[in-house]
Design a protein around this ligand. Structure first.
Ligand code: AHG
Ligand code: MN
Ligand code: MN
Length: 336
């Protein structure tokens, strides 16, 4: 079997890359490849809509709420429709867990894959022309094909992911994903309508100098997180917080850094969703040599009990996440 970490040349088109890696996928039937293509294609459609949102009256709030009781934006709703439709039509997915849908959506009973998705991440940045993203995780179903999907299929720990990735709608649009054999980044060329390999076998620097956290909530952070932030300040690190998880993560992946969304007074379990935010980025981080924890546990080992479950989240360069975890644990010991 081809060693899938051997670099393909920069400029390789996504389709070609996927095809050449197909034999290295854990279940090489071509379904996972097709599923990745479906996601990439929907990303192009959403990208187009985001780019002209201001012109066609798509910006702004939809006046409805999502699964977490948060205000939905028009583009949140639209992106959800675009991805769900593509996954339904594609036929490779038996169930979808989406931030924008309260329940698990049953799709094709005969299919083998479950997708968890945050169709549009960074809602508060939609109307102000700041980077936003799509986050997705793919699992193999546990139950027998042909039968109705079960909650066990949906509620799998992150370590079961067979693929994870995001699309970043930034100054350029990128698709970054892993199938468990390294992380690769593709840049979208709108003039050709195709993604091309631009970042091979991405590695997160072990150490970084960037910390990303909403310091406006500092007073309600756990003591250990306050201690870690103090540590970063003393070391003269740089604070960078976009407020779009995908964009903050992507920068830290390239440059080295840590992203933190801890528990707060208003969000005692943290704000980010385990299944389509934390797990996805945790798999990417680990595949790139980084680390992800909730302060105590490895994110990928948490077994979800609810599809929209939240978790405190520390992700990024390994040494930084380890240091943050150490200070969080120390502070907990002192509190006891
Ligand atoms: P979403 O738009 O999918 O609801 O997610 C927003 C998330 C994440 O992207 C971001 O890092 C975080 O919320 C920002 O939250 P605060 O405004 O509380 O910092
Ligand atoms: Mn999100
Ligand atoms: Mn979202």
């Amino acid at each position: 079997m081809e060693d899938s970490r051997i670099a393909m040349p920069i400029g390789t088109a996504l389709d070609r890359f996927i095809k050449s890696r197909q034999t290295a996928f854990p279940y090489a039937t071509g379904e996972l490849s097709q599923l990745l293509r479906d996601i990439a294609l929907s990303g192009k459609v959403v990208n187009r809509e985001i780019n002209r949102a201001g012109l066609i009256n798509l910006a702004g709030a939809a006046g409805t709420e999502n699964s977490g009781g948060e205000q939905q934006q028009n583009l949140d709703v639209l992106a959800n429709i675009r991805f769900a439709r593509a996954l339904e039509k594609g036929g490779e997915v038996c169930a979808i867990v989406s931030e924008e849908e309260e329940r698990v959506i049953e799709v094709n009973r005969k299919a083998h894959y479950v997708v968890a998705i945050d169709p549009l991440d960074g809602s508060s940045n939609i109307d102000v022309n700041v980077s936003i993203g799509t986050i997705f995780s793919i699992y193999r179903r546990i139950s027998e094909e042909g039968k109705p999907v079960t909650m066990e299929d949906a509620l799998q720990p992150g370590r079961n992911q067979v693929a994870a990735g995001y699309i970043l709608y930034g100054s350029s649009t990128m698709l970054v994903f892993t199938t468990g054999r390294g992380v690769n980044g593709f840049t979208y060329d709108p003039s050709l309508g195709e993604y091309f390999l631009s970042h091979q076998n991405m590695q997160m620097p072990l150490e970084g100098k960037i910390y990303s956290v909403n310091e406006g909530s500092y007073h309600s952070f756990p003591q250990g997180v306050k201690d870690y932030i103090e540590d970063c300040r003393e070391k003269g690190y740089t604070g960078r917080y976009i407020g779009s998880l995908v964009a903050d993560f992507h920068r830290n992946l390239l440059k080295g850094g840590i992203y933190i969304y801890p528990s707060t007074a208003s969000n005692p379990e943290g704000k980010l969703r385990l299944m389509y935010e934390c797990n996805t980025l945790a798999m990417l981080a680990e595949e790139a040599g980084g680390m992800a924890t909730d302060g105590t546990n490895r994110i990928l080992d948490i077994v979800p009990t609810r599809i929209h479950q939240r978790a405190p989240f520390f992700v990024g360069s390994k040494n930084m996440v380890e240091r943050a975890k150490e200070l969080v644990e120390e502070a907990k010991m002192i509190e006891k």
